[in-house]
Design a protein around this ligand. Structure first.
Ligand code: ADP
Length: 642
């Protein structure tokens, strides 16, 4: 039994191919985690790193509380089951299952007990004296499972174990493996390219593409709330329909406008989380709807209160329990082409006895099951917690007007806006906090996992904020904004970014090699514009093991949590910086400083922001931070090293 933690795991193969990028997950004891994605997306590489069969380029892997990056596979207390079974052909089933235990010098009577027990669970007791070639594929796969089972491992790793089996056997084995997981009460990690296996077996699923994690979620959340178009299309058969459309809001109605001019209307409240800039009737978005969430309206005409998209039926597949109808938008078949031009549609229904090829029908989307994605990034426009709100504001002398209130105009905004007198603020929900500035009505509260999302009335749309349980639906509460977390733009031009929590500084890496009491002592240092900070030895060794001795010639990006940067005390070493500007945000103040460029090395002249008191008036200061607060990033590839 064990929990696992993968923290910022990367794999860069010797040929420079980056197979896994920044993979992080906490896996609880007894979870059944499935890695799924198309071939080549990095699933097996990740699994093999967990097994210890592949080195980890960067990141930390914990099994239980133990960091196992450098631990031998045999010491990790995990068992792996492969697609190829990897059975020894000259040994009997019994010998195959006993082999690993004999290698560990386990007493023969205990081995017998374990093999018998596993064989019973897997229903292969009668085959123990057979050789693998005398067994079917399904039976061989059970032996492979049995060989893992007898080891009683903390974690089971399974790499496409069913892909050599035929469809019927695969379905049966899926059920058996799920039952086995339940009875063993161990952690399973299972790799497959088959979304049906993933959906039916996993307690949580990691969807991967091109080495990047796309979404980690429960099967139902992946199905209902896909984070992007890739996940939406990957999960579910037949695949989700996608259409290029635009959206236009008029009061309480949003119209989906298809490229052929057809329209379907939705109540605004169904899509109120979509940012208003996508609702102007011009911006292209992708509309996604699953075939099972389209209802057929027959007869070529819609009733007054019905909404539907018109299509002509091109094929009908009757499967008995359900019917899959393929069609083309519009009422003309046109010339036949295999090319998918974004106007094909699939409907899955149980009621289509009288549908024929060539019929012109309507499909009505289930309003609760619509999905919309950004046309470029392909990320959902209906995040459960919208990433930001946009609010219009007016600039007056010393004040700004927004959300029905007048509040002090932060000096930093005033400077950045120059002559603009109207501007837009992008406000993340987390930047709306209890305060005195704005009175807003809480129209609705939605529980999103362990957070409470409040819909705050703002004119004819909503402002989304995260609130605690003292805030109730129907009440009016006062809020303020964390100004430094906002983005400011005017007339479509970005004027000011939100201030991130981390500051990045470039620097070099060095070591000293000395003798102390006749012992050789290696020390490692991060060097930023003349400031040397001794690195923790394990981090130093890690950088060295990743980049080899070229690490002493390279430049690294050092990330420091801004709240951990302090002023150096009197004779403490530190980073000398020159103050260039003061940015006053009202709620907080920052000094914009520059690393002193007179210092030796290339790393002078870098800008950073320090949190300071409003009465700060120095022109040069020395700052310091602790090595424990530094994370190291590569400058050559996008990778966190430690
Ligand atoms: P999956 O299991 O999702 O099919 P893999 O983890 O096997 O994908 O591979 C991920 C990527 O890494 C692929 O592009 C593959 O070609 C590449 N790759 C795998 N093994 C090696 C290797 N030993 N050297 C270089 N590239 C590799």
């Amino acid at each position: 039994m064990a929990n696992l933690k993968l923290s910022h795991i990367y794999k860069v193969y010797d040929n420079g191919h980056k197979a896994v990028n920044d993979f992080s997950i906490d896996i609880a004891d007894q979870e059944f985690i499935v890695f799924v994605g198309p071939s080549g997306c990095g699933k097996s590489t990740t699994l093999r790193m967990i097994a210890g069969l592949e080195t980890i380029t960067a990141g930390d892997l914990f099994i239980g509380d133990t960091l196992v990056n450098d631990m031998e596979p045999k010491d990790r207390d995990i068992a792996m089951v492969f697609q190829s079974y990897a059975l020894y052909p000259h040994m009997t089933v019994y010998e195959n299952m006993a082999f690993g235990l004999r290698n560990r010098k386990m007493p023969e009577n205990e081995i017998r007990e374990r093999v018998q027990k596993a064989a019973k669970m897997l229903d292969i007791e009668d085959y123990l004296q057979r050789k693998p070639k005398e067994m079917s594929g399904g039976q061989r796969q059970r032996v492979a499972l049995g060989r893992a089972l007898v080891r009683d491992p903390k974690v089971f790793l399974l790499d496409e174990p069913l892909s050599n089996l035929d469809a019927k056997l695969r379905a049966a084995m899926r059920t058996e493996i799920t039952a086995l997981h339940k009875s063993l009460k161990t952690t399973f990690i299972y790799v497959t390219h088959d979304q049906v296996e993933a959906m039916t077996m996993g307690t949580r699923i990691v969807v991967m593409k091109n080495g990047y994690v796309q979404q980690i979620d429960t099967p139902m959340n992946l199905y209902h709330e896909p984070y992007n178009k890739f996940v939406a299309g990957f999960i579910g058969t037949p695949q989700m329909n996608f259409f290029n459309v635009s959206l236009k809001r008029e009061k309480e109605t949003v119209t989906i406008i298809f490229q052929n001019g057809d329209t379907v209307q939705l109540p605004y409240e169904r899509v109120s989380k979509i940012h208003s800039r996508y609702l102007n009737g011009d911006t292209q978005v992708v509309f996604g709807i699953r075939p099972e969430h389209l209802a057929l309206k027959k007869g070529g005409q819609l009733q007054k209160d019905e909404a539907g998209v018109k299509f002509i039926v091109t094929n009908v597949e009757r499967l008995g329990n359900e019917t899959i109808i393929y069609g083309k938008l519009g009422d003309q078949l046109g010339d036949f082409t295999m090319k998918d031009e974004g106007d094909s549609i699939i409907v899955k229904t149980t009621d289509a006895d009288d549908i024929r090829i060539g019929d012109v029908v309507f499909a009505e989307p289930n309003q609760n099951r619509v999905h919309f994605f950004d046309a470029e990034t392909e990320v959902t426009l209906m995040n459960r917690i919208p990433p930001y709100n946009t609010v219009e504001a007016l600039k007056k002398v010393g004040v700004m007007e927004l959300l029905g209130s007048r509040v002090a105009l932060p000096d930093a905004f005033d400077k950045a806006l120059e002559n603009a007198d109207r501007f837009e603020l992008s406000i993340p929900p987390q930047a709306i906090v209890p305060g005195d500035d704005f009175a807003l009505e809480v129209v609705h509260i939605e529980q999103v996992n362990d957070q409470r999302l409040a819909y705050l009335r703002n004119g004819d749309s909503y402002l989304f904020a995260l609130v605690d349980d003292t805030v109730r639906e129907g009440g009016t509460y006062r809020f303020s904004l964390l100004n430094d977390k906002l983005e400011v733009s005017a007339y479509g031009e970005e004027k000011m970014k939100a201030i991130p929590d981390q500051e990045f500084l470039e620097g070099t890496f060095s070591k000293t090699d000395t003798k102390e009491n006749k012992n050789r002592v290696l020390r490692f240092f991060y060097n930023i514009a003349g400031y040397s900070i001794e690195a923790e030895p394990e981090k130093g060794y890690k950088i060295n093991s990743i980049d080899g001795d070229s690490c002493y010639k390279k430049t690294y990006r050092y990330a420091v949590d801004r709240n951990r940067i302090r002023f150096a005390s009197n004779d403490e070493p530190g980073l000398d910086v020159v103050v260039r500007d003061i940015l006053n945000y009202g709620n907080v103040c920052f000094a914009e400083v520059e690393t002193a460029s007179l210092e030796k090395g290339k790393t002078g002249g870098q800008k950073l922001l320090l949190r300071v008191d409003p009465d700060f008036s120095e022109t040069r200061v020395r700052i310091a931070f602790d090595s424990a607060d530094i994370s190291v990033y590569s400058t050559t590839i996008d990778m966190k090293i430690c």
